[in-house]
Design a protein around this ligand. Structure first.
Ligand SMILES: Cc1cc2nc3c(=O)[nH]c(=O)nc-3n(C[C@H](O)[C@H](O)[C@H](O)COP(=O)(O)O)c2cc1C
Length: 293
């Protein structure tokens, strides 16, 4: 089946699945496997201490895949920088210049507003994908010229917002309120979640926790074990995810309830797509093209 959405058209990927940004593990090894499996792999720039190591990693990525990929800039609010962990928007300008010179076209910004980076990405002819946690911030990003917004639902992991909604509320409402492509993130880890997100109005899904235990993920054994063995009905775990007790510690989200084994990323994505096609067939969908356009 051919999968056709505004995001597959914009990026040139075969399947509308986008890799999340990952502190620590969002490297070329992992991102190239994701791109080679026909999703959009993402290199997370925060993992590189300087321009030289970042440039080397992009060169490495280009050796490992000839498929489309993007770069993430995770932004810290200047007000929170006291901890010295993280980077404010302007720390990425040189990183952006290097990536643009190397021909990269897709950039994701996240965790905080990034209007100047967005402007620079667009002036250079790139696509600016902004990831946020509320519809309000998604509307602001659209006004500032973002090409795509990713909205992360409460059931997802990562930076939390006290006014965050669930993925279902986010995507259905964003579809009404925004007129740009939307990526659904938060809690997605199987074919039904993937198809559900497209039905709700998303043009692609973003996968974070559900791919952390794949073979190519450089996550530690401890991290992978949390993905494989965490009881998602455990009260403490539930509180961390739904009651904003997550803070900056990136534990796997509710999506891990779908994950019970380590497998190559290609196998994971192929299964997701094959199962989705089976479900569509069982609903009487017989076309060879699935288009949300
Ligand atoms: C280990 C880990 C590290 C992450 N690091 C970042 C990061 O540095 N920047 C960012 O924007 N999101 C980060 N995220 C969030 C993901 O990019 C994505 O938004 C989220 O995982 C989606 O929800 P899900 O986990 O339910 O799929 C991280 C997620 C995990 C699991």
């Amino acid at each position: 089946m051919i999968w056709k959405t505004k995001i597959t058209q914009m990026t040139g990927i075969k399947y509308p699945v986008i890799m999340g940004a990952f502190a620590v593990i969002g490297t070329a090894e992992f991102a190239s496997a994701f791109s080679n499996a026909d999703g959009l792999g993402i290199i997370t720039a925060i993992n590189y201490p300087d321009i030289e190591s970042f440039q080397k990693e992009l060169e490495n990525m280009m050796k490992l895949t000839d498929k489309p990929f993007g770069v993430n800039f995770t932004i810290k609010s200047p007000l929170l920088l006291k901890s010295r962990v993280g980077r404010i928007e302007e720390s990425y300008y040189d990183f952006l210049n290097v990536a643009i010179d190397m021909g990269i076209k897709i950039f994701t910004t996240s965790a905080y507003q990034a209007p100047e980076l967005g402007k620079r990405i667009k002036n250079a002819g790139g696509y600016w994908f902004h990831k946020c946690a509320t519809i309000k911030h998604a509307i602001a990003a659209q006004k500032r010229g973002a090409d795509v917004v990713t909205i992360v639902g409460l059931e997802g992991t990562g930076f939390k917002n006290p006014y965050q909604n669930t993925t279902l509320v986010n995507v259905t409402m964003a579809r009404r309120l925004l007129n740009l492509p939307i990526i659904a993130a938060g809690g997605i880890g199987d074919a039904r979640g993937f198809l559900g997100a497209l039905a709700m109005g998303a043009d692609a899904v973003c996968l974070g926790s559900s791919i952390m235990a794949t073979s190519e993920s450089p996550a530690s054994k401890n991290w992978k074990d949390q993905i494989l063995y965490q009881d998602i009905f455990d009260e403490k775990y539930h509180k961390k995810i739904f009651h904003l007790e997550l803070k900056d510690s990136p534990i796997g989200s509710m999506a891990i309830g779908h994950i019970d084994k380590t497998q190559p990323i290609k196998e994971f994505i192929d299964n997701l797509i094959n199962e989705s096609e089976q479900i569509l067939k069982s609903w009487g969908y017989n076309s060879t093209v699935f288009s949300t356009i």
